[in-house]
Design a protein around this ligand. Sequence first.
Ligand code: NBP
Length: 498
Amino acid sequence: MSEKKYDIGLMGLAVMGQNLVLNMVDHGFDVAVFNRTTSKVDDFLATEEARSKGDKLTGAHSLAELVSKLKSPRKIMLMIKSKDAVPAPELALYPDAAAVDAVIAELIPLLDKGDVIIDGGNTQFKDTERRTKYLANLGIRYIGTGVSGGEEGARRGPSMMPGGDPEAWPLVKPIFQAISAKVGPNKDVPCCDWIGARGAGHYVKMVHNGVEYGDMQLISDAYWILKNALGLSNADLYKIFAEWNETELDSYLIEITRDIFTVEDPESDGELVDKILDAAGAKGTGKWMSQLALDLGVPSTLVTEAVYARAISSMKSQRVNASAVLSGPVGAKYQGDKAEFIAQVKQALYASKICSYAQGFVQMQAAAKEYDWSLDCGKIALLWRGGCIIRAVFLERIKEAFDKNPNLENLLLDPYFKNAVESAQPAWRNVVKTAVELGIPTPGFTTALTYFDSYRSANLPANLIQAQRDYFGAHTYFRVDKPGEGPFHTDWINVKKS
Ligand code: NBP
């Protein structure tokens, strides 16, 4: 009798890998697993849940054994630690390769032309661009896929953003779409579809994470101003976030924020949230998005501000010292109507969130041009509708906006979002004004409003910047009264002055 062959192999049995494997088996696929530390293969297969899967799950103790157990064309998914971009011109020759490069180098001699390697980690898209091209030359198909939703998503249905070699997509599509989250009235639309060539999937996943940074900062701004300007308790905050979650703000992050306010400290009195050190960590995808926005020259100010907000939060001891030295408003309360102000904070949060998503889509469109991908923004919004950390009802509206106009320059120009932001505007301005007056930092709300005001300004003070640049560096300028002519330069010192 010939040995049983498996539909897919997965390497990397940490939290994401284990849960994805169980999810795949639940959807009818036969899976072979491997891990660098091979004892983890045995430990995993010995768990009650893995044992309950019978012969639909098998282990391997080497990459060669894993490869030998797979149906052809073989599909091998890596769920291993990813690193920053590394310039590895020749994967097999790169001496100090990142984990993914090292595993790929080991896999190459074991594979046949047409086999597929999938990287499901949070990889920098430039690595995926490089690896897709390199492996295509060897006849091996490569996919870099974003997987979002954490442990629970991996087990019950993640949002997946695959990109790479388009010939590989039909081979993994049935598996990926089966295991991904489903949305729509009949819960049958998968939150997984082809994003585009080479690194497009990992780029979109990075923007997802950057938008997540923005959402988290905006929610924290709302929390901070409600707590400090109104003196609200965690019980009050729970009620407010519970109400907001029944509105257009309905989302996973608002939902978990609501619940966080109810969790008691297991070690002493009060709620746990108040005992957590106010120093936020980061793994780097927000920073990548911000760096790449600068490279493209697009203003993704929400993610950048959110990264900086985490940076300043982590300077805890400096902030404690500075708080004793630098004076400014402290502890003053909002004097107006409390209920009205709560409603205004909600409007500020919603309008700022719209700006944040507008920036994310602008960055993806700019990246698509720069890196030669064809991105469908409506489809991307739908993929984020379920399974992932930023899942939200509001993404349906974004999908509708891009379906109506696939070339929409900015989400703020779509009639639905234009009306939403315009009607939120007076409240948003009052919240920012109040935060400034009371000395309460709300970096997300403030930077979003600045973006909105800059974007809607036909004229900005950049004429003065151009004058300065031309004055000290002969950088030239164009004239408003001579369109199509120029550039011009002026001898600013020896010219007639008024
Ligand atoms: P980790 O990111 O903690 O990675 C642990 C896995 O990587 C283990 O299987 C480990 O093997 C393996 N590994 C390491 Br570390 N170095 C290796 C190397 N040089 N060669 C081969 N294997 C190596 O696991 P995770 O949290 O499950 O995440 C997996 C991927 O998914 C990561 O890229 C992560 O960024 C991404 N991701 C994670 C989440 C999340 O919520 N955790 C969400 C979305 C995406 P060992 O057992 O031998 O040490």
